[in-house]
Design a protein around this ligand. Structure first.
Ligand code: SF4
Length: 419
């Protein structure tokens, strides 16, 4: 039985208060980190094998190492707490129930990269989370874990909470930076990457909440302990958020690499109401869906990529045999159409057009050739957009078409659902 690491305190009463965090061994990593040289600290995170939990799976230590060591240049840390991917609700649990785990991770990260300020970009809808973070930051200042001369060293660090206005695209790192700077949340062209030109045009690291929450545990228990959990190339504990047609939807912290079958059938209790499993989206709606033949796939970055999908945010959306895949595709493209920031034509027009074709199929007005039209539209969006939102929309639709093309054709021909 795997003992939770990141979520181990969330059911303790008042787990968001600093007294409870301290009683459970909190703020022991920060003093240890402050005794280390920053190069050694970054190497420790590299050795742990920690890969970003926001979706891309990039090495966290490597990302930190890209920041210049020039002490005359200001640097920044941004925590991506936007969590807008449908089906994803893991960061929210850390923010609301154990905010000091995140704050301690941020303080260590700031020290490692030489930043004196960190911003938590939190989605506007997370009102409770933003309040908890502000309270927790205030508690940390009072105890000397933030502010000037932290723990009697010459390390200074301020943290700020910045609330977004609810745009999905602000979870993309450069749109997030634009939004913190007070501009319209639209992605920037890359390169330059944020490690060179980021927040306020200064070198910036952007890490996800769950990624930063791993940091205190790596320092306390060592990089070898972290690397020993799960697959060699994607180690560590991982929070899976399971929703949809299961008996026990919720958050399950398990070793990275747990199979999709175990997540759904052992931990989430299997399919509800005696129905049959039909498909699952493994990592938020952008991730192409998997079917029964894929249930034994290991849930880690590389195994999911080998199956043509993504671990993404590990928000697992489960669908039973009553689910109409045309409706799923229509809802998904409706979401991307709504959230497209409008900056580039293939995404802005393409998501709208695919949504309209799917809507007419779903509403019994599909025309012969509509399935081919959808495929052609996907080809004209994929790889031609400014940021990954356009590609993500196509991947989701292509996943549905690849696995359930017959359902789309049935809908067009018979003007009704196949299920
Ligand atoms: Fe905006 Fe979509 Fe283009 Fe991204 S791909 S910049 S969301 S229009």
């Amino acid at each position: 039985m795997f003992e939770p690491v990141l979520l181990k305190n969330i059911n303790t009463p008042d787990s968001h208060r600093i007294e409870v965090y301290l009683k459970n061994g909190g703020y022991q990593a920060l003093p240890s980190a402050l005794k280390m040289q920053t190069d050694a600290l970054i190497q420790m995170i590299k050795d742990s094998g920690l890969r970003g939990r926001g979706g891309a799976g990039f090495s966290t230590g490597l990302k930190w190492s890209f920041i210049t060591k020039d002490p005359t240049i200001p640097k920044y840390l941004c925590c991506n707490a936007d969590e807008g991917e449908p089906g994803t609700f893991k960061d929210r649990a850390i923010i609301e129930k154990d905010p000091h785990e995140l704050i301690e991770g941020m303080a260590v990260a700031c020290y490692a990269i030489g930043a004196k300020a960190g911003y938590i970009y939190i989605r506007g809808e997370f009102a409770c989370g933003a309040k908890r973070l502000e309270q927790a930051i205030s508690e940390a200042y009072k105890k000397g874990y933030l502010g000037k001369n932290i723990l009697n060293t010459n390390f200074n660090c301020d943290l700020y909470v910045h609330k977004g206005a609810g745009a999905y695209i602000c979870g993309e790192e450069t749109a997030l930076i634009e939004s913190i700077e007070g501009k319209r949340g639209q992605p920037r062209i890359k390169p330059p990457f944020p490690a060179q030109v980021g927040l306020f045009a200064k070198p910036t690291v952007i890490n996800n909440v769950e990624t930063l929450a791993c940091i205190p545990h790596i320092i306390n228990k060592g990089p070898k302990w972290f690397a020993s959990i799960g697959p060699e190339k994607s180690p560590g504990p991982k929070i899976f958020g399971v929703s949809g047609h299961v008996k026990r939807p919720g958050l399950y912290e398990l070793p990275m690499g747990t199979s999709l079958r175990e997540v759904i059938f052992t931990h989430a209790g299997g399919i509800r109401d005696g129905r049959k499993f039909k498909a699952a989206i493994p990592g938020g709606v952008s991730a192409p869906m998997l079917t029964e033949k894929d249930l034994d796939t290991s849930m880690d970055f590389d195994s999911m990529a080998a199956k043509g999908t993504m671990l993404g945010s590990a928000g697992v959306i489960v669908m039973d045999d009553t689910t109409c895949m045309v409706k799923v595709a229509m809802r998904t493209m409706g979401f991307f159409r709504h959230e497209s920031c409008g900056k580039c034509t293939p995404c802005r027009e393409g998501t709208d057009w695919t949504y309209k074709v799917l809507r007419r199929i779903e509403h019994s007005q599909g025309k012969e050739g509509d399935v081919e039209l959808l495929e052609s539209l996907c080809g004209n969006i994929f790889g031609r957009t400014f940021c990954p939102l356009g590609d993500g929309a196509v991947m989701a639709l292509r996943g549905a078409l690849k696995n359930f093309r017959d359902e789309f054709e049935y809908h067009v021909k018979n003007k009704r659902c196949a299920v």
